[in-house]
Write a protein that binds this ligand. Structure first.
Ligand code: UDP
Ligand code: MG
Length: 332
């Protein structure tokens, strides 16, 4: 069995974003350690990122035990809730492993698959995508909207995105380094994780229902995330607005010609209030839509141009086996 000290490198870092998961953390920790115990010849680092939880997740995280000598635990406390994507970025920046895996704290992504993912990485793959075959315990509406959204996004996006692959995946060190170079503040992770490319493979799994607690995403937040995904990785909606504008202008021109000829050859007739209203409303709607699309992109430019940090770390602690004392503590 390999031994580990607070500062040396590890084979695999497991990054776990945590927001109000105090109910889940002990069970999750136990389950992960159970899997890691079956791999005594590798070294691990569990990177828990507390994303400004309102409950006692941080205290719970600090009290998690570290019984395996080939595994260390790093706990990062962000100064407030920055969102899952920022928490994942914080994890990436602090992970020291030769490969990393993102894992949700609610056990929806089964830790039992870690050995298989590691095996694929050992075979030489840089990215192991985990494709959801089934989503257990999610509403039909969520399943259907996810199905539609993934397909729309792959159509629109300029980057090749994997369908039905969430954040649960393994990345090799060189992919992590490539991702760390992406400076954008709008962290649409599904896009960012796919952007570097490299040698990819995909495994399938059944996504389980949440063991405890509830999902942190409301419907409106999901719509926001969806829009952010599209506008961060595609300029096609802008082009769509141009095309729609062009098409409407062309039809208006044809109709104008028709009216002119009709007046010249048949004579004038006063009618057409409904058609007039229809045209006004349709044009108004299209214009508002186009302004909205442009606005979305300006909003992106606005947040990017401020150049604020993606997250702020308040505490950062490392724990290794035996030595239960805190190895490294910095408040900043
Ligand atoms: N999460 C987070 N910050 C947030 C929201 C969620 O770190 O602002 C974490 C959460 O604790 C969990 C993971 O992200 O570990 C996935 O969240 P959730 O289960 O709510 O998402 P879903 O599975 O419903 O997509
Ligand atoms: Mg979940």
């Amino acid at each position: 069995m390999k031994l580990i000290s607070p500062n040396n490198d590890v084979t695999l870092s497991i990054i776990v974003p945590v927001y109000n998961e105090v109910q889940m953390l002990p069970t999750f920790h136990h389950e992960v350690l159970k899997t890691l115990a079956t791999l005594p010849n590798e070294t691990f680092e569990l990177v828990y990122v507390n994303d400004g939880s309102k409950d006692s997740s941080w205290l719970c995280m600090q009290s998690l035990s570290c019984p395996l000598s080939h595994c260390k635990i790093r706990c990062i406390n962000l100064s407030r809730n920055f969102g899952k994507e920022a928490a994942m970025t914080a994890g990436l920046d602090h992970a020291t492993g030769q490969a990393i895996i993102f894992l949700d704290a609610d056990l929806q992504d089964p830790p039992e698959l870690i050995p298989q993912m590691l095996e694929k990485w050992r075979e030489g793959f840089d990215v192991v995508n985990m494709k959801r075959k089934q989503r257990v315990g999610e509403s039909a509406f969520k399943k259907f909207s996810a199905f539609l959204y993934y397909r729309l996004l792959t159509r629109l996006s300029d980057v090749e995105l994997q369908q039905d692959v969430g954040d649960f995946r393994l990345l090799s060190r060189r992919v992590v380094e490539a991702i760390k170079k992406l400076p954008e503040r709008n962290r649409y992770m599904k896009g960012i994780l796919s952007w570097p490319g490299f040698v990819q493979t995909t495994l399938s799994f059944d996504r389980q229902a949440r063991v405890a607690g509830e999902t942190k995403w409301s419907f409106l937040q999901l719509v926001g995330l969806g829009l952010s995904g599209i506008t961060s990785f595609s300029v096609k909606p802008l082009r769509l607005a141009t095309w729609a504008g062009g098409l409407v202008s062309l039809s208006a021109f044809c109709y104008a010609m028709f009216v002119v000829f009709k007046t010249l050859f048949i004579g004038e007739s006063v009618a057409g209030y409904p058609t007039m209203m229809l045209v006004i409303l349709m044009l108004g709607g299209l214009q508002l839509l186009a302004i909205g699309v442009v606005g979305e992109y300006i909003a992106r430019i606005f947040t990017e141009s401020k150049g604020r940090p993606i997250y702020i770390v308040m505490d950062n602690e490392v724990k290794v086996a035996q030595e239960q004392a805190v190895g490294e503590l910095n408040h900043g």
